[in-house]
Write a protein that binds this ligand. Structure first.
Ligand code: ARG
Length: 464
């Protein structure tokens, strides 16, 4: 083993070796090695900047850049000798660089610290992940708009309190989900703006005595700007918390969708069928087809909320500037990102393969007095004050419950018992189609509105 492999880069002031358990306890390389690409990207930009300001020679810079590129290939080929003794991804790569290119490798860390390095790596990582997450949300939204267009005329019962309320169109319901995700996508874009600011140059906490050019490095790395204050730059993890908060809301939405899909695919509702490829069976009950995917996504929301709580707690008592506590930010963040991306991916695929049971939805909408409000509105148009109309319809519903008849099943004579202003034209408003078509304004459930809303939704997706 070379010297770089056995000696701590910070070992100068120590006289005793690290306790073996402490070494493993304090190491992060097992999980932060996943940042290798961003660590190398950041180091290459840092070396180029040092050459640009004359701290490194062009030759030294070239050797460092080539060495780092070779290391990246080595990592990707699975041939990199990761070492727990070297603590984290940063020191592993730096030690390897010196092993490969010699003394020049030791110059890379000039004017920087692992504190600003790790904060930079994390932001570069998160910037890419936010783009990937937003792309998955976009894909799910497209699947929902496809469904909305296809099912613009499909009538289902709309619920409040999970009791049948008024008829709505299935397409309208899908576009409600679209709106939730549209806010999520916007929230993530907003979060990205604060992620994309560069801490590098803050060094350990106070900045550096070398004549660095932070704007130059930031431009190379595609950052929108640099962190204004060095103490804040190395200690800030607000951007991780913001991401976790935004991720928690996406998971809240997916969990709510899951709840509905689970209910709808039950024998009691029977509104939809999930594709076999997204369900599993029971090892004992041969008839079972379980909605595992939505159940699992509903369950996974808890993990992401937990990570948000974890990070808030991690940060709340930290004095400025960097503290080792911050190393605990990574596993929750990585797990939240993986959980979210996985949940979105499976949802986009699953919604693209959904069977909608139009007849069953229609039957259910016919059964629950869903057009009672339409009858009340009809009476208002015939001159009754709304409160009186409400009372009249309530009586009619009570009669229907006792006699097992929905409003549309009653004869004109039966209906007139509750109000003499009712005429034969009442049946137009008691039909499901009439009920939904009447809600014909922006944001309403009428098929015409759903089609227009779906077109606007597509335009919003196309705008990015
Ligand atoms: N592995 C560390 C982390 O994840 C890197 C920064 C270490 N800095 C230090 N001064 N010990 O936070």
């Amino acid at each position: 083993m070379s010297e770089e492999r056995t000696q701590k880069p910070w070992g100068g002031r120590f006289t005793q070796p690290t306790d073996a358990f402490v070494e493993a306890f304090t190491a992060s390389v097992d999980f932060d090695r996943r940042l290798y690409h961003y660590d190398i990207q950041g180091s290459i930009a840092h070396a180029r900047m040092l050459a640009h300001v004359g701290v490194l020679s062009e030759e030294e810079c070239r050797a460092i850049v080539e060495g780092l590129e070779a290391i990246e290939r080595e990592i990707e080929a699975g041939e990199f000798p990761w070492s727990v003794a070297l603590e984290d991804v940063h020191m592993n790569i730096e030690a390897r660089l010196t092993e490969r290119i010699g003394e020049t490798g030791k110059k890379l860390h000039t004017g920087r610290s692992r504190n600003d390095q790790v904060a930079t790596d994390l932001r570069l990582y998160l910037r890419d992940e936010i783009d990937a997450i937003r792309a998955e949300i976009h894909r799910l939204q497209s699947a929902l708009v496809d469904l909305a267009e296809r099912e613009a005329e499909t009538i289902m019962p709309g619920f409040t309190h999970l009791q049948v309320a008024q008829p709505v169109t299935f397409g309208h319901h899908m576009l409600a989900w679209f709106e939730m995700l549209e806010r999520d996508r916007a929230r993530l874009a907003d979060c990205r703006r604060r992620v994309n600011v560069m801490p590098l140059g803050a060094a350990a906490l106070a900045g550096t005595s070398f004549p660095i050019d932070r704007e130059y490095t930031a431009a190379l790395l595609g950052f929108d700007g640099v962190c204004e204050n060095s103490l804040d730059a190395v200690s800030d993890r607000d951007f991780v918390i913001e991401l976790l908060a935004a991720a928690s809301l996406v998971m809240t939405h997916l969990s709510r969708f899951s709840e509905e899909l689970i209910l709808w695919s039950s024998q009691q509702f029977d509104f939809i069928e999930l594709a076999d490829s997204f369900c599993t069976g029971s090892s004992i009950m041969p008839q079972k087809k379980n909605p595992d995917v939505p159940e699992l996504v509903r369950g996974k929301s808890g993990r992401v909320y937990g990570h948000l709580m974890g990070l808030l707690t991690l940060m709340k008592a930290q004095p400025l500037a960097y503290n080792k506590d911050n190393q605990e930010d990574k596993e929750p963040l990585f797990d939240a990102v993986d959980t979210l991306k996985g949940s979105l991916k499976v949802y986009a695929d699953m919604m693209g393969a959904l069977t909608v049971k139009r007849e069953r939805m229609r039957e259910a909408a016919l059964a629950g007095f869903a057009t009672a409000t339409d009858l009340a509105d009809y009476l208002v148009r015939k001159g009754l004050p709304f409160r009186d109309a409400h009372e009249v319809v309530g009586k009619a519903v009570q009669y229907g419950v006792v006699h097992g008849k929905d409003l549309a099943d009653m004869s004109l004579e039966e209906l007139r018992r509750f109000s003499p202003v009712i005429d034969a034209d009442v049946f137009e408003v008691l039909t499901l189609g009439g009920s939904v078509a009447a809600r014909n304004h922006i944001g309403g459930t009428a098929p015409e509105q759903v089609r227009a809303a779906a077109a606007r939704a597509r335009a919003r997706l196309a705008a990015g």
